[in-house]
Design a protein around this ligand. Sequence first.
Ligand code: MOS
Length: 740
Amino acid sequence: MNAIIGQPVNRVDGPAKVTGHATYAAEFDLPGLAYAVMVLATIPRGHIRSIDRMAAEQAPGVLAVMTHEDAPRLAYKPIAQRPQVDAQSGEQLHVLQDPEVRFNGEPVAVVIAETLEQAVHAADLVQVEYARSPALTIFDATKGRPPSEGNVKAGRVPELGRGEVEAAMAAAPVRISARYVHPREHHNAIEPHVTIAHWEGENLTLYDKTQWVDNDRKEIAHVFGMEEERIRVISPFVGGAFGSALRTWPHVTLAAMAAKRVGRPVRLELTRRQLYMSVGFRPHSEQHLTLGATPEGKLVALEHEVVQQVGRYEEYAETALSPTSHLYQCDNLWARYRLVEMDTNSPCPMRAPGVVTGVLGLEMAMDELATELGLDPLELRLRNYAEQDQQKGLPWSSKELRACYAAAAERFGWSRRKPEPRSMREGGMLVGYGMATAIYHSDRSAGSASVALTGNGMAVVRSAASDMGPGTYTSMTQVAAETLGLPVSHVRFELGDTNLPFAPVHGGSITMASMGNAIVAACQAVQKKLAGLARAAQNGPFAGLPEEAIAAREGGLGRADGSGPVVPYAELLRQHNLGWVEAEGSAQPGEETQKYSSAAFGAIFVEVRVDEALGTVRVPRMVGAYDVGRVINPKTARSQCIGGMVGGLGMALEEQAEWDIRFGKVMNANLAEYLVPVNADVPSLEAIFVPNDDRNFNPLGVKGLAEVAICGVAPAIANAVYHATGRRIRRLPITPERLL
Ligand code: MOS
């Protein structure tokens, strides 16, 4: 049989998705379903003086109106260790528990009605009177403070360094220094967040949009003071998330409270506008870099400070310094991370959280240094290539970044670049070529899966994993099919249900490195179990053989020495009068984390066309080459990479929350005014995968492919704009008004 891993298998869930048979959270149709709509605060800070709910309660179809005055007091039980995706310090929002308003958009009431329309109408009738207090709505980078202990413990370092940076910087023959700003950005997945909550006695079922069903359950158990076993979370399909569904947000709690209040299943769906206040965002950031180098372009000193906004009631912090710590060889380094408190809902992970920010500053600064030195930007990167992770003092588990640079530069035609800015033109447009490096640390986490071989020749693989779009269903099916020696069509993978074996968070690019290896283990476990049954049998082809004499091959079991036929699993099950056989397997990181530093790498090259009269930037093409370890499915992998390019294009040229300091509010909270790339903006996108197979990192050899794809894209575009125009735009997005 041909290898299945490495094949561009079509999405196994594709037909269900395009024919409407894939059931997303909002689409579970329960008898007696009622609808809840949130009412959100309209002041940035203060408290509720009074709520007039009479008109809402009397409106047609209304079942209940709930506010802090009559909502049940919830347990919000402290848990010893919160999952890493949650804020590591402060306290999550306790919803409808007191009259205080902590940010503009905090839920102050929820209206439950027979229909969605009735609930929307009645929510409009709730009158809230507020007493406003002074609010922190202005980002002032000088007010930065270090992250708190909880975040530091969780790896969000406040400061790192090596060598003698001050002396080295002072002595550096060439120096550049620059400040870069990028604004608050929002995930804007196509599927809004939604929860259906259904109580049956003391048991709660949640149909939810989530990237981690197990954490959803844990969080709600903690909020309600319930045993986890009483909660089941179901989430088979997620219509994009980009990090916004890693955590369990207060609306999930509200849905469960509302369902309990009316004694019926309740659906609570956030409007597009509410998403901007309810499910996190990428925090506004400002960063300052100073680079010192020799005239030959060898980095001798690097200083990097990143300052980001944070909400006040809980503290979300990012790993923004990690790229600086190890992307380039530099003996003298100092980096610092600071937070500025503001009265806003809490930020959260979004598309390579922190890392994309750190890479943005570093890669724009490297371009400025290349200009200062009169050196080709790619050559500058090569001269500072990090042969090991200098901060950790560990070798890379593998690193094919040189091959990425070479492959992408060749494909792009980087050698045609004329070094001088404003020196390339075509059809009345200024043409610019820019490049940047991408990096994202590779992690893995413990997870489990089960595999059942059935009498009809199928394998059913189960794990509480998620698929927010990258193709988990498909790639995991391939891993199982290859390990079992079955065709893809004979394997079914089920995910998104807390009743299934535990899976880690579907984020941080860890899913394949974690779950892929768990699935291999589960497949091997079921093969072993079946072999055990066959050996123990009275008769049959393997009766009485020692364990090592049987090997799994080609969809069945055979003799390890190759003699005799391969007996298919289904036939063995029949011989032994079994309907099915099932086993569980798990995988977890081991000592390799002490021996190696692991990361995915990429090199991004882009061309821009700038219309100087209009200040518009178009990006006709991008080429990225990636070292992501082994590629399980080149088709879904390409989708990931071009998706990252599109996200990076949005970051460079379009995305920006317009924050009004008077109201502490995002004013363009809709997809008409918050711009994201559309088809007309998206150029020719090409993704190349350089061969690699990182067995030092994990047995499957994958590194993880997701976040690396957006890292480096925005700085490559900004650098290309400089090359086209001779102007450094250090504040993203690069809009016409900034370029004119
Ligand atoms: Mo990703 S921001 O870890 O969903």
